[in-house]
Design a protein around this ligand. Sequence first.
Ligand code: XMP
Length: 515
Amino acid sequence: MTAPHRGIIIIDFGSQYTQLIARRIREQHVFSEILPHDTALSAITKRNPLALILSGGPSSVYDQEAPDYDQEILRLDVPILGICYGLHLLSDYHGGQVEKGGTGEYGFANLNVLNPTALLEGINDGSQVWMSHQDRVIAPPSGWQVLAESSNGVIAAIGSVSQQRYAVQFHPEVIHTIDGTTIINNFLFKIAGCKPDWTPGNFIREQVEAIRKEVGDRKVICGVSGGVDSTVVAALLHQALGPAVTAVLIDHGLMRKNEARQCVSALKDGLGVNIHIINASESFLSRLQGITDPEHKRKIIGEQFIRAFEAATKKLGQADFLAQGTLYPDIIESGSAKQGPAAVIKSHHNVGGLPDEIDFTLIEPLKDLFKDEVRRVGSELGLPEALIGRHPFPGPGLAVRIIGEVTAERLDILRNADEIYMNILHEEGLYDEIWQAFSVLIPVKTVGVMGDSRTYENLLALRAVVSADGMTADWFRMPHDTLSRISNRIVNSVPGINRVVYDVTSKPPGTIEWE
Ligand code: XMP
């Protein structure tokens, strides 16, 4: 579906930093895509890349179980950069010598630059790099040059200018490699001849063209959740197809205060998108009655969502395509699913999911983007900053932020308290420093005193975390004065809450949400 955009292909040999390499390249406005190590040459040539990068990985090139790869890709007539394991692989393939085992290098080292050729142009002697390897190259392939050694005397960079092959032992993608960005830029712009043309404007133009070509004059339905991703999809499709797109927002009654209204207003009043809100809150709430188990809540919400969506699409008339806001990390994650069954901590991806069999062809125009790129595209499409900068919000909404049974009254209490919390974070300029902040209603009563009266009301927990991707997270060091303002304002103005606590648990061992 996506229009082909020439860029860099990263072949993934299992490094924990592979996604980071892609991000670093895209930060330079160059498109990059991660493909598994066993990708066939034909799949690569089809994409017509400007260069390849071979990632690091945990294996040794001489291991029996070293990852398979199609050797033909190393003969491609494009520049190739190997990083860590990629260095060993390139070196071994071209006849160099790799030594297995040894003490390795982990953490900081300094570069002794022997040859500041294209790759290391502008890199000063002594520049700090980040190492994480055991094996090492002890003799480069014949005709290749050693470009740098580490302060520990290990070969740190090699290359063959005539063959356009380069490789480094350290990790230029990691922030601790001080000149990492310069090295990546040298590879992208001086060696591979990339142009910084992966911009939101170009992305939108390419997508609009591709969507028009694929859809023609057929009809598209777009599910909107109130969150950033699906709102951006709706705006993008509207730009491409105008009234041929119908957006549908199923209001399950579990959203934050005014959330559905703000999203609809941005799309309908702001951009003229044809959007329908289906108010299904009563059916969701009645199905949730008496349910306290978090996974049971998720399951009910997931099923109800599918039902409501099916009913809505039937009413609106048959469409040929269904658009949704899948992002690049979702695609990468599902690719790694083949590594084996992971324990189900929370059944996220079943919520708001679609039935197994659907009558639509899927359109996923954001499937090549990271979250921050989606935000930039949203901004370029004219969506309000307040909407696109919003923290992530789970599919089951406030249902997993009310411990125990979800009722209309509890939802109101939580909405009112959460609104105050978010307003103060905005007022104090803290909102954008935090990855995700929210309140959790704990319907456990504690005693308080207000004026001369005793109170006996619910407990509210405030949660705020910093994170890169939600997989791990640390609790946000909230200034004490801010906590004090939030607590005072909530207890004084939200009936039903008389005590506020702040959650200081990181993930792991906690999760971000409480349920
Ligand atoms: P946890 O609580 O697992 O959350 O640390 C990680 C991220 O996922 C979000 N989350 C969900 N998103 N459906 C969703 O779409 C869910 O059921 C769900 N549960 C958690 C959570 O808000 C955080 O951003």
